[in-house]
Design a protein. Structure first.
Lengths: 182, 74
């Protein structure tokens, strides 16, 4: 009797004997257990590569933070004259860089607020609705409080980044950005 | 001399390693999303510990993969 060596047995995936297998499987015999092993080993390798990608993502955040720290204090930038906006009116401006769109809103006689215009959900531009006392993000119907920038409804969870304002000699200046957590 | 693993033992081992690797990768995914959320919210205190934790997970994964290939050479 030939000694039984289970290492040499190839079991088809449905577990049926070879005679009951379809013809294509007989024509192209595959070492299924070995195939399963190699597939799982390669999937493990792929997951380790994914793990490396996550480390690269974390490193990218650290690098971005270092670059932000190196920028130091943001410069002052004149936005508008005090009497340029009527109550309820708004004005868009770029701060601190050319394509960083922000929005200034006059909420009262002496009330001015300015926020980064990018929605904290997916960075669509928010639109002020002073009569409803909110900013509306038209992409996913997210809304933020007009006075505080805090999320009111929709998918956003973090408030809008607030632009610090200073009023000097009748002019409104942007003097920094305040990022805020949820 | 080390005896090579049987085919069934190898499959069991690769399943065990794969389970651990998947759990660590899911942990890294959670770390990345939580860190990104904190960073965008202005909280920068967590980014270095998160990077170190993610790196440790990756090194563990790499060690397990090395072990898998070492097992094949036995």
């Amino acid at each position: 009797m030939i000694p039984y060596n289970r290492e040499q047995i190839t079991i088809p995936p449905n577990g049926q004997p070879l005679e009951q297998q379809p013809q294509w499987r007989k024509d192209f015999p595959i070492d299924w257990p070995e195939d399963h092993y190699v597939a799982r080993r390669d999937f493990t390798k792929f997951m380790v590569l994914t793990s490396f990608a996550f480390v690269a993502g974390q490193a990218w955040i650290v690098i971005q933070n270092l670059l932000r720290q190196r920028r130091g204090v943001l410069p002052m930038q004149r936005i508008a004259q005090l009497n340029q906006l009527a109550i309820g009116q708004s004005l868009t401006f770029d701060y601190p860089a050319e394509h960083d769109s922000c929005i200034l809103v006059r909420t009262g006689e002496n009330g001015f607020v300015a926020f980064d215009q990018r929605c904290t959900h997916l960075s669509c531009a928010v639109v002020p609705e002073p009569n409803k006392k909110r900013f509306l993000c038209p992409c996913h119907n997210g809304s933020f409080d007009l006075a505080t920038g805090k999320p009111l409804a929709g998918p956003p969870r973090r408030p809008l980044a607030r632009i610090q304002l200073e009023i000097i000699n009748g002019a409104i200046y942007a003097a920094g950005i305040e990022e805020r957590a949820a | 001399m080390k005896t090579p693993f049987t085919r069934e033992q190898k499959i069991t081992i690769v399943y065990g390693i794969l389970c651990i690797v998947v759990v660590l990768v899911v942990l890294q995914l959670w770390l990345l999303t939580a860190t990104m959320n904190a960073y965008l919210g202005g909280d920068t205190g967590v980014i270095w510990p998160a990077l170190i934790a993610s790196l440790v997970c990756f090194l563990l994964n790499l060690g397990l993969l090395r072990h898998l290939y070492a097992m094949e050479r036995r």
